[in-house]
Design a protein around this ligand. Structure first.
Ligand code: NAI
Ligand code: HPV
Length: 535
């Protein structure tokens, strides 16, 4: 069945063509994002949801989205998506991090000019036949100091434009390196310094707990008199009432505002003030940017839904379309190792160590680790996948270590998973054979070579004669067919294990008959719900 995607915001129709061309069924309802109740009603029918900023992907919507696998944001900011809730539900959230950045940077520059020369008010006055040449005295931009808060993709483009306009550009961004600042020809400064020195301030950070209200009354008090402020990032970065107050008092000479605390903004303390230029969240609104983001989000979502490739996900490591087929057998192996460890571990897990040995070490091990964690946690929580597993492991306080090493044994590559609980440490290792199927090659340090089947039984016992006969007889009597039987031991007469791949689940009373034997320490039924296992 073809995956189904809902487009609930106004995306370029290019997205529809890409989805349809890629084998994805698509419903284009650009106004649905504004109708919360209707969206809640229909969301259960879709595997993908393509949005801009109008659709709010709340926890409630996510709970109702029983089939949803991916949310694609045709744009940059994902503050309208409850990412932790999506991650917990195993839903990938992806954006298009570059598609509208030039356009948004240009809008910031446009607002800076509009505020410097009071263009909207001058336009209105002129068209009203007033010719108020003396009223609209502006300021020059050349030689002025432009303070950029948040110098990522958009901030850096604004910086380059500012330098081109002969401004002195300074930036505050904790993640801006000195090298990058030098390369951009700008000065990296602290926030208080930026406030003190800037003639123009422009905001380009995401909306986070740290950036919310970064421009408030106290911040404004530290700024130069007559500063002009531009916000093309997110409304909540500025406390609108504080800015309005400062404009009325003349402390701030003007503001260019594209984004608002509440959107759509039908009312704001900034409306009607002299030299405040407002636009209705138009930062990304050019035909070029909208083509870019629509095309990109549709390609990314189709690639994920059809081929399992992951690009630009906020809550999952990337997997390219080329990488996906090579990685898939190892993803399955990692999940089987996790599932084995999860099913034989009954106590709370304190830490997990994953070792990648040989050629697998050069692969996308973040994705493989997520798969191993998903397998591990699946024995306790059925609704977990590679997206939600890392967050669930973290919530459970599981410490994670990952190590890689060059080929150290007979296998071209293998993965070893060690799970530590308060009582014991357990390890299981596996590889992928040339048939692409996962194999267990070591359990508790005991070597074996076991095909992974959907239904399996794992026993631990003393190495003594008669165990094969016992299992064969008990299972045979119960009508359970053994497809494959693997044994291993640490030394003659020592600890032994058996791993049986059976054609059907083994009833508990049959296992009890096995457990009753004096040489058997434990007998566990196992299940592996992974695509490429046998059975
Ligand atoms: N008005 C509009 O239509 C549009 C608005 N945006 C907004 O612009 C924002 C920035 O976009 P990009 O530059 O592409 O993102 P980005 O992720 O490339 O850059 C954001 C920068 O902010 C910095 N940052 C984070 N926390 C900070 C803090 N507390 N103080 C200072 N800097 C901090 C980061 O280190 C990063 O360098 C987006 O998050 C989005 O909200 C984006 C596109 C269109
Ligand atoms: O990409 C972003 O972060 C934006 O803010 C653009 O928003 P929009 O897609 O125009 O609703």
């Amino acid at each position: 069945m073809a995956p189904r995607v809902l487009v609930s915001d106004k995306l370029s129709k290019t997205a529809v063509q890409i989805f349809a061309g890629g084998g994805v069924e698509v419903d284009y309802m650009p106004d649905l994002g504004k109708d919360k109740d209707k969206l809640l009603e229909v969301i259960g029918q879709y595997d993908g949801l393509a949005i801009r900023s109008a659709t709010k992907v709340t926890e409630k919507l996510i709970q109702a989205a029983t089939r949803l696998k991916v949310v694609g944001r045709a744009g940059i900011g994902v503050d309208n998506v409850d990412i932790p809730a999506a991650s917990r539900k195993g839903i990938i959230v992806m954006n298009t991090p570059f598609g509208n950045s030039i356009t948004t940077a240009e809008h910031a520059i446009a607002l800076m000019f509009a505020v410097a020369r009071q263009l909207p008010a001058a336009d209105a006055s002129t068209q009203a036949g007033k010719w108020e040449k003396n009223r609209f005295m502006g300021v020059e931009i050349t030689g002025k100091t432009l303070g950029i808060i948040g110098c990522g993709n958009i901030g850096a483009i604004v910086a380059a434009r500012g330098v081109g306009l002969k401004m002195r550009v300074i930036a505050f961004d904790p993640f801006l390196s000195a090298d990058r600042a030098a390369h951009l020809g700008i000065e990296k400064v602290e926030l208080h310094d930026l406030f003190k020195r800037s003639d123009f301030i422009t905001l380009h950070t995401p909306m986070t707990d740290k950036t919310k209200g970064i421009i408030d009354k106290a911040a404004i008090a530290r700024m130069k008199d007559g500063v002009r402020i531009v916000n093309c990032a997110r409304g909540g970065l500025i406390v609108e009432a504080d800015l309005a107050e400062a404009i009325k008092s003349g402390k701030v000479a003007g503001a260019g505002v594209d984004v608002f605390e509440v959107e759509p903004a039908t009312d704001s303390p900034l409306f009607g003030l002299d030299n405040v230029v407002c636009t209705p969240h138009l930062g990304a609104a050019t035909s070029e940017a909208q083509e870019n983001v629509a095309l990109q989000v549709a390609e990314q979502m189709s690639d994920y839904l059809i081929r399992g490739a992951v690009a630009n996900a906020i809550n999952m490591p990337s997997i390219t379309a080329e990488e996906a087929p090579i990685l898939t057998p190892f993803v399955q192996l990692a999940e089987c190792l996790g599932a084995f460890a999860g099913q034989v571990t009954e106590e709370a897990i304190t830490s997990v160590e994953i070792t990648y040995d040989g050629s697998v070490a050069a692969m996308n091990t973040r994705a493989l680790t997520s798969a191993a964690l998903a397998g591990l946690i699946k024995s306790q929580v059925s609704d977990v996948n590679m997206v939600s597993a890392p967050i669930m492991a973290k919530e459970r306080g599981i410490q994670l270590t990952e190590s890689r090493r060059d080929r150290s044994g007979v296998f071209d590559s293998y993965i070893k998973l060690t799970v530590v609980t308060e009582k014991q440490t357990r390890s299981v290792a596996g590889t992928v054979f040339s048939d692409g199927k996962p194999r267990f090659i070591q359990i508790k340090g005991i070597n074996l070579d076991a095909e992974v089947g959907r239904h399996m039984v794992y026993t631990t016992n003393n190495d003594a004669p008669g165990i094969i006969g016992l299992l064969g007889t008990v299972f045979g009597k119960a009508g359970v067919n053994i497809a494959n039987f693997q044994l291993g031991r640490d030394r003659p007469g020592g600890n032994a294990i058996a791993l049986l791949y059976v054609d059907s689940p083994v009833p508990e009373d049959v296992l009890d008959a096995v457990r009753a034997h004096k040489e058997i320490a434990s007998a566990k039924p196992l299940r592996f719900d992974v695509a490429d296992v046998a059975g």
